[in-house]
Design a protein around this ligand. Structure first.
Ligand SMILES: [Zn+2]
Length: 141
């Protein structure tokens, strides 16, 4: 039984290329992807403490389509100098806002690719999330 409700959606036309082709760029990605999401190591610029930051897949999808994700009721933080966004995560040592990882839409897309290629994510799930986010955004005035 095929249950492919999303087969008629032209994700490519929306500027979202995750489902097409397997670029070699994903092989260069050192970030680890887990069931929970990409895992990054962030060294605090204030106190030098190393923090492990896991970004949820939903947040990655949001960033990849240039929407601002929300974690624990706090919106992500724009970092215009880097052209990306920061998860609102504080250092476990000094509780200052971490300045890393900066997530750009490109980086988000590469994570999604890597997640799909490694079998953690299913492409239809990603497509559905994109639709949900776009629908949600359209409801905002
Ligand atoms: Zn710190």
């Amino acid at each position: 039984m095929a249950n492919d409700d999303f087969s008629d959606i032209d994700v490519h036309g929306q500027g979202f290329g995750v489902l097409h082709g397997g670029g070699t760029d994903s092989l260069e990605m050192k970030d680890k992807v887990t069931q929970a999401g990409p895992e990054c190591v962030s060294t605090c610029i204030h106190c030098g403490t190393g923090n492990r930051v896991i970004i949820s897949w939903e947040e990655v999808v949001a960033v990849s389509i240039q929407m601002v994700p929300v974690s624990d009721n706090r919106p992500w933080i724009y970092t215009p100098q880097n052209g990306g966004m920061l998860p609102p995560t504080t250092c476990r040592g000094c509780h200052e806002q971490l300045q890393d990882p900066v997530v750009t839409p490109d980086r988000g897309e590469r994570w999604l690719k890597k997640g799909i290629q490694s079998g953690i994510l299913r492409a239809p799930w990603v497509q559905q999330k994109i639709l949900e986010f776009r629908r949600g955004a359209a409801q905002h005035r």
